[in-house]
Design a protein around this ligand. Structure first.
Ligand code: CMC
Length: 482
């Protein structure tokens, strides 16, 4: 990057250099050999790797070149796509570690800024390092004024996640010329700039949707306080920082900071593997996060609780979630990796009580009571027991957000802001590898075999045209039932 290094960089550039190098993953040596016998009788020996923790992995990178076979694993249920030093999950135990530290310990004693530092530099900061780092982060929270113009172009009823996909992608138009993705010092600055600007971009999405004036970040507030300040203050009133609310929000930020190779993180890595602009890669991650099976679940949980309405309806909705006749699922339940209680959900549940005690809003209390009853009923139900479906982090997140006056449509945006550190550090990790290959999975093709091309004048007319006829000028963007 061409800008002159700020205070943080002047003081730490040399001392951090050697520490950052420790965050580069190094392939372990094979710990074992697996022998695979193929249908043609041929056998092949494949190296087996054992990480610091977790199940062993069979290395199949040579499988195709040595045998002609590929593996098929839609949804990547059995596939490891990278070697990482960032986050470890033991799904059976319900354990989550960030660079070796249990999430419960970090949630209790650390802060989001400390966790960001931990992910970028690989170790926890000293008090001095932390203060300097937070100062740098806060000073990077402002965004280019031209970017604010983008918000005016969105339809007034736009979902804030749609706005986030657009404006974070647009960061790549502002930051593209003066950095080299292969330079670790540039990657570090990219990470700081992205994570610092995400709360600002999110707060502006919220405020412009409501027609409220933009509030600029202020150095007198901490990183998390600045987010609340930009979301909820007005130019007319003094802003009061509530320490309980700041701590609650800080903890939620920590809980969502990273979660190894989920759909959005894998999307960021795949996009980054083509050496695309990192801010555009993050926009791709936001897109993957949006869906209700991933980050969109927090919004879906709250909508579901509102729809259930009261405890008498719980059996009906549990039945609906178990039935395969519809696509309704119990939102905030189940996880690809956790086959036990999600450790983040436990922290979230406790925090829910402390926030509700503070805010004392009757509706939120009723919603939390309904959530507890729903959880108890599901955990006693054979369907959920057999499939090991437990509450995940999103089950209680929405209730806490609502108590913090964050509107439902902003819930997944909150997740995106919090996960930005995980995404960009996973990208940094990938870019630091000595050998980088573009992500390019294969497929089992079951379409037509090669067929003869028929010139258009000789083709048969279909009885009914398959092309739907849209009324002229019906709507430029809406869909019509045809
Ligand atoms: N409600 C009802 N049934 C479920 C649920 C649920 N929430 N989750 C899974 N199942 C059933 C599923 O129908 C299947 O049943 P069967 O074996 O009879 O076909 C079985 O459990 C296994 O499900 P799966 O779809 O193979 O599991 P998966 O690992 O592919 O999906 C999941 C994981 C999170 C997408 C899924 O559990 C789900 O849709 N949960 C609700 C959405 C949700 O809360 N998402 C947030 C995840 S945590 C935050 C994040 O990191 O994104």
């Amino acid at each position: 990057m061409s800008q002159s290094p700020n205070k943080w960089h002047q003081e730490t550039i040399e001392s951090q250099k050697s520490k950052m190098e420790k965050t580069v993953p190094i392939s372990p040596l094979p710990s074992d050999i697996a022998t695979l016998t193929l249908p043609n009788g041929k056998t092949i020996q494949l190296p087996v790797y054992k990480g610091t923790k977790g199940p062993p992995m069979i290395d199949i990178t040579q499988l195709q070149s040595k045998t002609g076979y590929f593996t098929l694993d839609p949804g990547f249920s059995s596939t490891g796509a990278c070697i990482s030093t960032m986050t470890y999950i033991d799904g059976d135990k319900g354990e989550l570690l960030y660079r070796g530290y249990p999430i419960e310990t970090l949630a209790k004693y650390s802060s989001y800024i400390e966790v960001c530092y931990l992910f970028i530099y690989g170790h926890l900061p000293s008090q001095k390092e932390l203060s300097l780092f937070e100062e740098t982060m806060v000073s990077e929270m402002m965004i280019n004024e031209k970017l604010i113009e983008f918000y005016k172009g969105f339809a007034t009823d736009s979902h804030p996640m749609a706005i986030m996909v657009g404006v974070v992608g647009a960061l790549s138009a502002f930051m593209h010329k003066d950095f080299d993705v292969n330079d670790p010092r540039d990657r570090e600055q990219i990470a700081i700039k992205l994570v610092a600007k995400m709360p600002t971009l999110a707060a502006y999405a919220y405020r412009t949707a409501l027609g409220l004036p933009i509030i600029y970040p202020n150095k007198k507030y901490s990183f998390i306080e600045n987010f609340l300040y930009m979301m909820f203050s007005t130019p007319m009133n003094d802003f009061n920082v509530d320490k309980v609310i700041v701590k609650a929000l800080d903890t939620i930020f920590m809980l969502h900071a990273d979660h190894e190779q989920n759909a959005s993180t894998s999307t960021v890595r795949i996009a980054g593997s083509s050496l695309a602009n990192p801010f555009a890669c993050i926009a791709a991650g936001i897109t993957a996060l949006w869906g209700p099976y991933h980050g969109g679940a927090n919004e879906a949980v709250l909508n579901m609780l509102k729809e259930i309405g009261n405890k008498e309806n719980i059996p009906k909705y549990l039945q609906k979630a178990k039935s395969k006749d519809n696509c309704f699922r119990l939102m905030g339940f189940g996880h690809r990796v956790y086959k036990n209680y999600d450790p983040r959900a436990k922290v979230m549940q406790e925090m829910c009580y402390s926030v509700l005690e503070k805010t004392q809003r009757a509706n939120d209390i009723l919603e939390s009571q309904l959530a507890i009853l729903l959880e108890q009923a599901a955990l006693k139900d054979d369907y959920f027991i057999q499939r090991k479906l437990y509450p995940n982090v999103d089950f209680y997140t929405g209730i806490v957000y609502e108590a913090l006056s964050i509107p439902t449509s902003m819930f997944t945006v909150m997740f995106a802001v919090q996960r930005s550190i995980g995404w960009i550090c996973q990208w940094m990790e990938m870019m630091s590898e000595k050998v980088q290959r573009i992500s390019r999975p294969r497929q089992l093709y079951v379409g037509e075999d090669q067929r003869e091309y028929i010139p258009i004048q000789d083709r048969k007319e279909e009885e009914k045209s398959r092309v739907c006829k849209l009324p002229m000028h019906s709507s430029l963007f809406g869909l019509v039932k045809v």
